[in-house]
Design a protein around this ligand. Structure first.
Ligand SMILES: Cc1ncc(COP(=O)(O)O)c(C=O)c1O
Length: 502
């Protein structure tokens, strides 16, 4: 097929068409799901099922009926929609996934490892990767990450650290990398994937935050552009697709379609939502046909705001220049700003943005706020955010410097984050062995030296602090206690207690 007809066919939405055709028929629904599309007005009204907010969703919420194909053995509309997605993203094969990127990552890890295998993962991987290792019984080998000590965030692994790990562990099956991370920082994926392939291993790239990367040349490289074997695109995060949607791509000959589809049939629902799948079809069409055009003004607005804010006293914005000197890249659609130098935590800034300026950001930590911009945002949204940050810095700077003596209590926390990521605790058993062992809840303060039976993650962003099977060190318990007191929420910590191997 020539490029022109391939471009033209990206305007098609086969799955949406099949779904619309089905809905228009208004058939009597003697099938799942139990809400029957809210089509019995007498009963549905009383139950609130006819609320306009959900009636439209209910109508299209059907199951694998004739003409609507089968996600686990696609031959019709789903097959076509997935084929168009593969072509748009530059994959050999693409699978629609409706249980989040978590499910895509679990399937990827299941496809490439078995009990006792080793998988290299960067120290700051998302908990979904560890979930995959728990499912397979594989052993994690950690790749150190660089840390930015000012913004207190992990940057990612360098080529040298990855090479060292692969030299030390020639028996790893594959390497899992995050591109970009929650803060928009991408490691040099071209170099890293080339290294993984030099060692004849499989590269699995977690692009939960990077589904938009292939669609604008000013963004960091996508794993698919550099020949990674498995790439997980988190459609619902950075594309205009509904929550829980994800795309699982494969490229090259190291991983076969059957490896992935077999893994997906094990862990993905057998009742996939057609509303979610149709939203993937629409998002693919939009990004393939207008992605560059829509991303362009947002990227420009974000870069302009970064520059302006970096000239404003009291505000620091994360920029590409800052991380480029260390070999990383920054995706400007993850807008990271810190008012730490005037003693405002990310939590405080996020709270002021919400209360005083009616702006809700994606995430905040002890130092930064992170606003996520997508192709659907307007330039004005970026300008409003920048203006609000300037106002907060002006209003609060003088008073803050003097007025909050207890702020100094937090300095050890800030200083410790770098140490936490630099220090990799010993992995005493596989995550699977730890999770299936007899567990015991102990107070955090008494957990040092014990082996964790659970994954402990600050959430968001969901990057692992402690993996099941790892020793809980003093640096970790210290960090968890201080971070909790500053408002950080953790998965794996309950009433100040953690689960350890008994
Ligand atoms: C880096 C990373 N990978 C994977 C995931 C899981 O994605 P999902 O929430 O779609 O399951 C997340 C979620 O935040 C993430 O941040």
């Amino acid at each position: 097929m020539n490029t022109c007809s391939r471009d033209r066919e990206q305007y098609a939405t086969p799955l949406v068409n099949a779904l619309k055709e089905y809905v228009d028929k208004k058939r009597k629904r003697l099938h799942f799901p139990g809400h029957k599309g809210g089509m019995n007005p007498v009963i549905a009204d009383g139950l609130g099922l006819t609320d306009p907010l959900i009636t439209r969703c209910l109508l299209g919420d059907v199951t694998e009926l004739p003409g609507l194909d089968d996600l686990h053995a696609p031959q019709g509309a789903i097959y076509e929609a997935q084929r168009l997605a593969a072509s748009a993203f530059g994959a050999d094969t693409t699978f629609f996934v409706v249980n989040g990127s978590t499910c895509s990552i679990h399937s990827g890890v299941l496809a490439i490892s078995k009990p006792g295998d080793k998988i290299a993962v960067s120290r700051d991987v998302h908990k979904a990767v560890i979930g995959g290792l728990i499912l397979t019984g594989a052993y994690p080998v950690y790749v150190d990450v660089e840390v930015d000590k000012v913004f207190q965030i992990p940057l990612g692994p360098t080529p040298d650290t990855l090479r060292r790990v692969l030299d030390e562990h020639p028996d790893v099956q594959g390497v899992v990398l995050t591109n970009p991370n929650y803060y928009g920082i991408s490691p040099p994926v071209d170099v890293l994937v080339a290294i993984v392939h030099d060692y004849d291993k499989i590269a699995l790239i977690d692009e939960a935050h990077g589904a938009h990367l292939p669609f604008h040349k000013e963004l960091p490289l996508s794993g698919l552009e550099v020949g990674a074997d498995i790439v997980v695109s988190g459609a619902h995060k950075t594309l205009p697709a509904m929550t829980q949607t994800s795309l699982l791509h494969i490229k090259g000959s190291r991983v076969q379609d059957e490896d992935i589809s077999r893994a997906l049939t094990i862990i993905e629902t057998t009742s996939p939502s057609y509303v979610l799948m149709a939203s993937l079809d629409i998002a693919r069409k939009l990004v393939a046909t207008q992605g560059r055009k829509l991303l362009d003004p947002i990227i420009k607005a974000a870069l302009g705001a970064q520059q302006k804010l970096n000239e404003t006293p009291g505000i620091r914005c994360l920029t590409n220049e800052r991380v480029a000197s260390k070999g990383f890249r920054h995706d400007p659609t993850k807008f990271v700003a810190s008012l730490d130098s005037i003693n405002l935590t990310g939590f405080e800034v996020a709270d002021m943005l919400r209360r005083r300026h009616n702006i809700e950001v994606e995430f905040q930590d002890m130092v930064n706020i992170i606003a996520v911009l997508t192709m659907i945002d307007m330039e004005q949204d970026v300008l409003d955010l920048a203006r609000a940050l300037v106002k907060i810095a002006e209003d609060d700077s003088l008073g803050r410097r003097k007025a909050i003596p207890e702020r100094s209590d937090m300095e050890p926390v800030l200083a410790d984050l770098g140490r936490v990521f630099e220090d990799i605790p010993k992995q005493e058993m596989t995550p699977r062995e730890a999770v299936f062992s007899k567990g015991k809840w102990v107070e955090i303060g008494k957990a040092q030296g014990r082996i964790s039976a659970d994954t402990i993650v600050p959430y968001p962003p969901g990057v692992i602090l402690v993996c099941p099977g790892q020793e809980i060190t003093f640096a970790l318990t210290d960090f968890i206690c201080l971070a909790t007191s500053c408002g950080v929420r953790f998965h794996g910590v309950k009433d100040n207690r953690v689960l350890v191997v008994a």
